[in-house]
Design a protein around this ligand. Sequence first.
Ligand SMILES: C[S@@+](CC[C@H](N)C(=O)[O-])C[C@H]1O[C@@H](n2cnc3c(N)ncnc32)[C@H](O)[C@@H]1O
Length: 277
Amino acid sequence: MHDEQALRARANELASVHWHHSIRLFPDLLIEGSKSESLLQAEHAAILGPLDLAGREVLDIGSWNGYFAFEAKRAGAARVIASDSLCWHIPAFRGRETFDLGRECLGLDIEAKVIDPTQLPGDLAPVDIVLFLGVFYHMHDPIAVLKAAAALAREGLVIETHQDLLDLPRPGMAFYPRATLNGDESNWWGPNPECMFELLESIGWPQVYYQPHPVVGATRGIYHAFRTAEAAQRAFRGGHAVLDLRTPAGQAAAFARSASSPESTPARVGLLRRWFG
Ligand SMILES: C[S@@+](CC[C@H](N)C(=O)[O-])C[C@H]1O[C@@H](n2cnc3c(N)ncnc32)[C@H](O)[C@@H]1O
């Protein structure tokens, strides 16, 4: 059978499983996932749009059907690794097969690694940019996994997460025991933007840029974090909607409390540095 015919036959067979990403396998063949094509286009603009990926090495943790890995490669990344385990192994999702089909139909040279986020780094070595999208809040111990993901990033770490406690005027993270968020027992945590900023700062990622999700708003957040200003300059193009969380203006727009309060982050970080640093 002709290659394309064989791929279309596989697509036809896999069209009935649950896809998370809508993926246009051929110009005339769109597989519809729970994230619509238009939602993914908005996420693409917010997540990958501000990045210059040309020639970079990228790791996509929790890749599932592979949309963000595919798009990172299309955006010029020299090397892309997609990793996942859970959704690649759940029989009803046939996730690894959907990922393999996508990369073959799109003709993209992307490596695949079966590694659970809780088992990072596995056999992975650091890359330039790590994508940690839609995974943080699914982890029972998200800080440990965030640190493991961050340790795999030489320069940039991009996080997309569910958020909560948006009106709390201090860093906080809501806990959802027993499937209390959307009846989904895989949801554990909902941080607020101040919590994410402080967490990233505390593990050595001080350059943090934030956007509320472009479609659902601040119930989900997108963070572009960099180890240094130089790393940010190399990889980050920014954009009009992106808030720089190191600045009082960025904090005022992103956090529940006023950035001009004496309790604001720069003041506290300054004090800590004076005492310990
Ligand atoms: C919501 S999907 C995100 C997919 C994609 N990164 C995106 O943002 O569109 C969550 C991903 O994390 C993985 N995952 C979710 N919960 C997990 C858990 N408890 N343990 C291991 N992996 C999990 C799944 O396999 C899946 O690929």
